[in-house]
Design a binder for this molecule. Sequence first.
Ligand code: BTN
Length: 262
Amino acid sequence: MINDKIWQDIKETGSIGKRSVTVLDNTESTNHYAAALAKDGASSGTVVVAETQSKGRGRLGRVWLSPPGTGLYFSLIWHSQLQPEDLAKLTLAAGLGLCLALESCTNLQFKIKWPNDLFLDNKKIGGILTENLGQKQKHTLVIIGIGLNVNTPATAFPDDLAQKASSLYIFSKKKFCRGRLLTEILQKLDDTLTDLEQGQFNKILTEWRRRDATINKKMTWLTPSRKVVTGISLGINDEGLLHIRDNAGKIHEVMSGDLSLT
Ligand code: BTN
């Protein structure tokens, strides 16, 4: 394993600059831990990161595999002033921030599969789980949880995931400093989330669309009522919702559910 001095520094100081970072060896889920801190009054920008998670969670009740020492599993507490109908845009802003940070640290090209999957070469290497804890004083308490397969070897993935998942290491054959990645990701998340809070969603949309993994591709959408829709992705509209044109020409606006490239 590479010598990640920044990671050690973060562990020892419990901070990155002025930001408080709690580094745990093992926790159930950093989202869960961060939610408790947020309810106790932790400030916006506070971060919880873990070496491993015993019950890492993904969207739609899925498990997020969290092998120790190789990935980044962390949660950011965010106090949002957005209207409730705009909160879903936080996931898009976070996805863009994640891409921008990784692009600057690696020179690789990343794509985002709506709403929250980070892709490299058609395989998933990261995901975002945004959870709304409700209103506190004048803001909404939000937890933005990010899982990223950094130095994860192929052998860490069970057979059912091996075809679909990858890591920075598997793709590039290089190992990366998790401390440096985390520092850069947090910086870029601050930038994109602040742009969103300041009404600049258009700026996010432009950059997000450049990294859209599904545009013009064939997709299958399992709707929340378990109906299967197959069609072509038309990309996201100005509100950040995905549009799919089905085989009969009908256009569906996707707000939730399970999407896969076919
Ligand atoms: C997904 O792709 O479905 C989202 C995955 C999010 C995983 C991260 S790992 C850190 C944080 N803690 C969790 O339990 N989940 C998120």
